[in-house]
Ligand binder design. Structure first.
Ligand code: G3I
Length: 466
């Protein structure tokens, strides 16, 4: 660890944030095992992180698949549908229908989207594979511009460039048609992506970059350091994290993540899967989660598929749910590790937030009524968590709660409820995931993350009973 760690109880943590609101905290804070989340997304949200999965559009009609995905994950990556061959099958003719199915499903269910991938040597459409030189460079840049512009405002982070470094001991770039257009193709792609969607985080994404002592890891590290020193717009580095017995989780994974983060970028685990089964697989998953949680700027983890049978390497049973959708030992170890907590972003809001919690008690409808109370959660430089507690005054058979945020704020994740939005995107209506019946005095709660975009007004909340 390069930063000292202090442990706070949750009450003391809130007090510490309040007291130090005008200052920048110079420490990483260990969040204790407190409010145990019962799903991966809820547990990850406790430390301000997301937990995601890759989704295939062709499986969105499978109810078991979508119900697990909706319940457990709050970050969605299109497994293939936003790649170059899918989005620009003919030169200059863009096709977004499959990507849109995934993006729409994610947004309708209150989830964020990681964009994957704008520029890559693989899964290029046939017409692009045959290009070279300036023609290819321009085609690539046009692709980045068009696709990032089309999805502008809907993407949390883009994998701008994927897998551009060579395997083996060279630490250099992979030979590819894109690389042959000139060594600056990667930074050119990042600049084009920034111009097209200035609010998306821009990531470099690769595999076999997990072990700090590997040449490929060092090669990517040197590129990111160079980019940061020259002002090339890069915000994050994605570690795909495809592991198996020949490529196990390295014991220095936390060192790798921490060293990259120290360059001033977020780090994200973007395509996690670990072949195996039982307790051995569970322990390796736990190690990956632990490594991420130990690094304040490790902002989230995405597994590469829902059930083993959905995996690109299904025979290796590398995921958290078996083919029938049952939770595996690996699921339990991940959930427990997320609930055990870790460091959270050490740079919460450096200016003073003005809390305006709102409680609304509308008149009783039918039998009882309900009260919604907002309470603040964790805060980071760019976002904060909130919880709404619903209390039944008299028996109620259901409830609906609204959460209104002030533009340019945006709710970017939710948990423990079923959200929908009005056309402005500022008013979220939350309904219970289950029946919603509460007896008098009983409470339930749901949560959400607000990207504040510089506005620190607390949301206003209402509740209506049925
Ligand atoms: O949809 C067609 C189907 O119509 C056809 O009959 C069938 C026969 O080949 O192919 C189907 O397409 C396959 C596609 O997955 C959808 O299932 C492609 O052949 C197959 O190549 C493709 O594999 C994808 C692979 O990327 C391609 O490189 C995997 O699903 C996807 O999980 C994998 O994801 C990559 C990440 O993007 C980058 N990191 C590595 C990761 C794993 O390889």
């Amino acid at each position: 660890m390069t930063t000292p760690r202090h442990t706070y109880g949750r009450g003391r943590l809130a007090a510490a944030f309040g007291g130090l609101a005008a200052a920048t905290l110079a420490v990483a804070i260990a969040v204790p095992a407190a409010a145990a989340g019962s799903t991966l997304q809820a547990a990850a949200s406790e430390s301000g992180r997301y937990f995601g999965t890759a989704i295939a559009a062709s499986r969105l009609g499978d109810g078991t698949y979508t119900s697990i995905a909706n319940r457990e994950f709050n970050m969605i990556t299109a497994e293939n549908e936003m790649k170059m061959d899918a989005t620009e099958p003919s030169r200059g003719q863009f096709s977004y229908s499959s990507g849109d199915r995934i993006v729409n499903w994610a947004r309708q269910n209150g989830k964020q989207v990681r964009g994957h991938a704008l520029a890559w040597h693989s899964q290029q459409p046939g017409w692009m594979q045959n290009l070279s030189g300036t023609d290819l460079r321009n085609a690539m840049l046009n692709h980045v511009t068009q696709v990032a512009s089309y999805y502008k405002g809907k993407i949390y982070a883009w994998d701008v460039v994927n897998e551009a470094f060579a395997d083996g001991s060279s630490g250099g770039r992979r030979d590819s048609n894109l690389q042959r257009t000139g060594n600056d193709w990667i930074e050119a792609a990042f600049r084009a992506a920034r111009a097209a969607d200035p609010n998306a985080k821009l990531c470099y994404n690769d595999y076999n970059t997990d072990n700090w002592s590997h040449a490929k890891t060092q090669g990517v590290y040197n590129m990111v350091r160079d980019f940061k020193s020259r002002g090339v717009p890069i915000d994050c580095v994605g570690f795909q994290a495809h592991f198996n017995s020949g490529n196990p989780v390295p014991s220095n994974y936390d060192v790798t993540l921490r060293n990259f983060a120290a360059l001033g970028v977020d780090v994200q685990i973007t395509e996690l899967d670990i072949e195996g089964s039982g307790s051995s697989q569970a322990q390796q998953y736990q190690g990956v989660v632990q490594a991420c949680l130990s690094v304040a700027r490790c902002t989230g983890i995405t597994v590469w598929g829902v059930r083993d049978s959905d995996s690109w390497r299904a025979s290796g049973t590398p995921l958290l749910f078996d083919g029938s959708g049952n939770k595996k030992a690996a699921y339990t170890s991940v959930l427990n590790q997320l609930n055990a907590g870790g460091t959270t972003n050490p740079n919460p809001n450096p200016t003073t937030p003005v809390p305006t919690p709102t409680t609304t008690t509308p008149p009783p409808t039918g039998g009882g009524s309900c009260t919604a109370t907002y309470s603040e959660g964790q805060k980071w430089g760019d976002r904060f968590n909130g919880t709404v507690t619903i209390r039944a005054n008299g028996n109620i058979s259901g409830w609906t709660s609204t959460v209104t945020v002030r533009s340019p704020q945006k709710i970017i994740a939710t948990w423990s409820g079923s959200p929908s939005w009005d056309s402005s995107g500022n008013v979220m209506t939350m309904r219970p995931s289950g029946s919603g019946a509460l007896s008098s005095g009983q409470t339930t709660s749901f949560g959400f993350t607000v990207q504040h975009n510089g506005t620190w007004t607390w949301p206003s909340v209402t509740c209506a009973a049925s």
